[in-house]
Design a protein around this ligand. Structure first.
Ligand SMILES: [Zn+2]
Length: 277
């Protein structure tokens, strides 16, 4: 599933290619992508408008339109946003096409969990309530140890589960929580409210560093996901993962212990028991 660095890479691509261009025509081929409203609502809401900016909250893209409405795009498991020349071959599972001049913006989503919706920002709390419930975004918002401490307050759950909770910290998923916890030297199952101040400082620093490095490298593209940027390029941060997907390999940090795998909420968790306490 695309996480903050992948969605941020898409955001930057859209900012460069889509902002200011008039959306001349909108096609919707799969109603499930627009399930929150309808195909006609998306077509009516976008046709003739221009995207004025591309913002991101956690894993959600929000594009204000010159009509006063905004377009929300969520990639979920397998969604991709691609910009390609009009008339070029459309990949399978292209569910929405927005024509802008000589190019098309395509929403491609094999597993169809992704979503597009035009909403009224003044009514966001009603039309898209989950946006308002998102926690701090470590890239879009000011973020340091004090902010992280506040986000973790009042829960005894394991730190990985808490970091995955989008209501507390928005944008981290399974890959980046594992990489962040490894860099900070903290085990995934430590109760969040029992981390020492020095550990919270290390964790906040690791969040900032790992996300910045991953964004710089265009995110992570794994064998089992289909994440690519808007031009169809894969990311390369997967080559820098220290623990994620490395079960049984010798830890690259300590060079001594094997990377182990555990399960948190049914999801694989990779860690080094020697480096992470
Ligand atoms: Zn290690």
């Amino acid at each position: 599933m695309p996480e903050l660095p992948e969605v941020e890479t898409v955001r930057r691509g859209l900012e460069q290619t889509a902002v200011g261009r008039r959306i001349e025509r909108v096609e919707v081929g799969r109603e499930r992508t627009v399930r929150r409203t309808s195909a006609q609502a998306l077509i009516d809401g976008l046709t003739g408008t221009r995207i004025t900016a591309v913002t991101r909250r956690g894993k959600s893209l929000v594009c204000p339109l010159d009509s006063g409405d905004a377009l929300m795009i969520h990639l979920r498991m397998s969604g991709r946003v691609l910009v390609a020349n009009r008339g070029s071959h459309r990949p399978p599972h292209t569910h929405v096409v927005m024509t802008m001049g000589t190019e098309e913006l395509r929403f491609v989503d094999p597993r169809t969990f992704g979503e597009m919706v035009v909403f009224d920002p003044d009514r966001a709390s009603v039309e898209l309530p989950e946006l308002g419930r998102l926690g701090v975004d470590p890239v879009a918002d000011p973020f340091d140890a004090a902010v992280l401490r506040a986000a973790l307050a009042g829960t005894r759950r394991g730190i990985k589960a808490v970091l995955l909770d989008q209501h507390r910290v928005a944008g981290l998923g399974n890959i980046y929580t594992d990489e962040v916890l490894h860099r900070a030297g903290v085990r995934f199952d430590r109760p969040a409210d029992q981390l020492r101040p020095v550990e919270i400082r290390r964790l906040a620093g690791a969040v900032t560093e790992v996300l910045a490095e991953a964004i710089e490298l265009g995110g992570s593209t794994l064998d089992d996901t289909q994440y690519v940027d808007i031009l169809g390029n894969t990311g390369s941060y997967q080559e820098h993962h220290l623990v994620y997907g490395r079960e049984g390999e010798v830890c690259l940090t300590c060079g001594k212990a094997p990377i182990r795998r555990a399960s948190v909420g049914g999801r694989s968790t990779f860690f080094c028991a020697r480096c992470q306490r």
